[in-house]
Design a protein around this ligand. Structure first.
Ligand code: MSP
Length: 533
């Protein structure tokens, strides 16, 4: 019997499930924006998409955060979760499932999964000794630690010594299977630098890891020994599976994996690589389940070149950013300015400069002045020309014809910056083209056909740019499409996939003479650099 029944047109992807020890930070926003862009892109291709996000609510870190405020952990989590949901709304994230690890149905899936591993003989009781970082919720090797037993990631936190009985998962048993996986599926971990990191780590030999804790209440009890609480990472990874359950389906593993498993893409940050690239596939091997298709690992964000953190006093509040500049601006900056997979920096002046240059000037002004020229120079405020009237040497047509495929490939490889750059190239060339062709002079010379040729080529290029950028800046793309006379709403993905599928709208030459062009209105207002006084 086929356990999973997934078609090629289905695409499931995940963000990490965020810890609720605090309100969301810009790192969580970063992965979620990227995931939303991938999801929107796949919907344009006509795929059925399931975007999963959610929260990771168990473990010592959350328990301590709750205690420090004198709250019960569940009450504390329930208070924090809405701040994630409202940030995703502000950022225009279209997720399909929000998976909370404290959901009762998740407990059932975890118990069933545990049972499978237990029956495979992969869980045993042992003694755990080692240094534990509560912020990472992870044991660290002595050699990884900084001076004064500090965590290499949470550099201001000391790790804690543990010597206790725990249940272990037999990770070492899967050494060879994992090596074979990375070899036979070289794209399983991307980018390559991260794959190499994993290869080098496992070449030292894998050790079993503990999957239970004692002296901790906040979590699910170990099914075979309720004195123990399941390790937070064991339950968290499984919430990707629980998320696949249809809302009204009975919580069974078989139901969960029926339609959407295996997941096509896990997006994660570099600090949680080992859990996803090593522990997770091994757990799935043990449970006899197919593996996810691919992991993509992004870098860390800094602010003004400095590591961000509360103790450093330089956190970047994503809510303030969106409230000040709007969702498209924030999405655009992080996806266009930072190569996905590498570390990147946020600097507010650069942020403003990029938005003004690309969105207000290059894209917005171009549309505005071109539409105004149509009003001024063309009869009935419309163009009579169509793509057939544009010769093949036209520089915008030359770029435009190959752009859809190029951008498609960039999105598929998660090279968001390249997708934006390639599109902006067309926009910049259009600005140059209109300046060089000077339709205002052509008009004075009575060359009506040529005026319209120039204006058509430019407007069509702006349209194509809006379409290709719509996964990143859907609201601006909407405004552009509306002014060009299309009744398309890029936030209504189902209709967009039908009315403006990628196969046609990512081509150059869609604009037609029947198009009734709208009133020119700025699509992105220039931002003034705040004065520091
Ligand atoms: N709860 C785990 C994930 C479990 S997934 C089954 C977790 N949560 S987290 O909230 O601490 O981190 C979530 C994500 O934010 C991680 O991918 C992490 O890499 C990312 N980031 C945390 N700080 C970041 C930056 N400064 N920059 C970019 N991403 C960062 O880990």
């Amino acid at each position: 019997m086929n356990l999973v029944d997934k078609t090629n047109k289905k695409f499931a992807l995940t963000t990490p499930l965020y810890y609720v020890n605090d309100v969301p930070h810009v790192g969580s926003a970063y992965t979620t924006m990227a995931a939303d862009v991938v999801a929107r892109f796949h919907r344009l291709l006509g795929d059925e998409v399931l975007l999963i996000t959610g929260t990771d609510e168990h473990g010592q870190k959350i328990q301590r955060s709750a205690e420090s405020l004198g709250k019960a952990p569940q009450e504390f989590c329930d208070e924090i979760v809405p701040s994630f949901i409202s940030l995703w709304q502000l950022l225009n994230i279209q997720y399909d499932r929000f998976s909370r690890t404290t959901a009762p149905r998740h407990a059932i899936i975890v118990a069933e999964f545990f049972q499978r591993l237990w029956e495979s003989g992969d869980i045993y009781l042992g003694q755990q000794k080692g240094w534990y970082c509560v912020s990472c919720e992870e044991f660290k090797e002595e050699r990884e630690l900084l001076e004064g037993h500090r965590c290499p990631i949470h550099t201001n936190k000391e790790v804690e010594w543990r010597d206790e009985q725990n249940y272990f998962f037999r990770l070492s048993k899967y050494q060879i299977q994992l090596e074979e996986l990375y070899k036979s599926q070289p794209d399983f971990i991307q980018p390559e630098s991260r794959r190499n990191e994993v290869l080098s780590f496992i070449s030292q030999g894998l050790q079993d890891f503990s999957i239970s804790r004692v002296n901790l209440d906040w979590g699910f009890p170990v099914p075979v020994d309720p004195q123990h609480t399941l390790y937070v990472w064991f339950d968290a990874l499984l919430a990707y599976v629980t998320a696949l359950l249809e809302p009204d389906a009975e919580a069974t593993l078989a139901n969960a994996i029926k339609t959407w498993w295996p997941i096509n893409l896990h997006l994660i940050g570099k600090d949680i690589l080992r859990f996803h690239a090593i522990s997770w596939p091994a757990m799935l091997f043990s449970a006899g389940l197919p593996l996810p298709e691919r992991l993509f690992v992004h870098g860390f964000l800094t602010k003004d070149g400095q590591k961000m953190g509360k103790s450093q006093g330089n956190t970047l509040d994503p809510i303030r950013l969106v409230e000040s500049y709007g969702s498209d601006a924030v999405r655009y900056y992080f996806l266009k300015e930072i190569e996905f997979g590498r570390d990147g920096d946020f600097n507010e002046v650069r942020f403003i400069n990029v938005l003004n240059a690309d969105l207000a000037n290059d894209l917005g002004n171009l549309l505005n002045r071109t539409l105004n020229m149509v009003k001024k120079y063309c009869a009935d405020d419309g163009l009579t020309i169509t793509k057939e009237g544009i010769n093949n040497e036209n520089p915008l047509k030359v770029i435009g014809l190959g752009l859809g495929d190029k951008v498609k490939q960039a999105y598929q490889t998660l090279a968001f910056n390249q997708a934006c750059e390639a599109t902006l190239m067309l926009v910049r060339t259009s600005n140059k083209f209109i300046d060089e062709q000077a339709p205002w002079s052509l008009y004075k010379q009575g060359k009506q056909q040529e005026v319209e040729t120039v204006l058509y080529a430019v407007l069509e290029s702006v349209r194509l740019a809006a379409y290709l950028l719509s996964p990143v800046i859907p609201n601006i793309s909407n405004a552009i499409y509306q002014q060009l006379g299309f009744g398309i709403d890029f936030n209504d993905q189902i209709n967009t996939a039908m009315l403006a599928p990628f196969a046609t709208h990512a081509q150059w030459g869609i604009l037609s003479s029947e198009q009734s062009l709208g009133k020119p209105q700025p699509v992105f207002k220039r931002i003034e650099i705040p004065k520091n006084d």
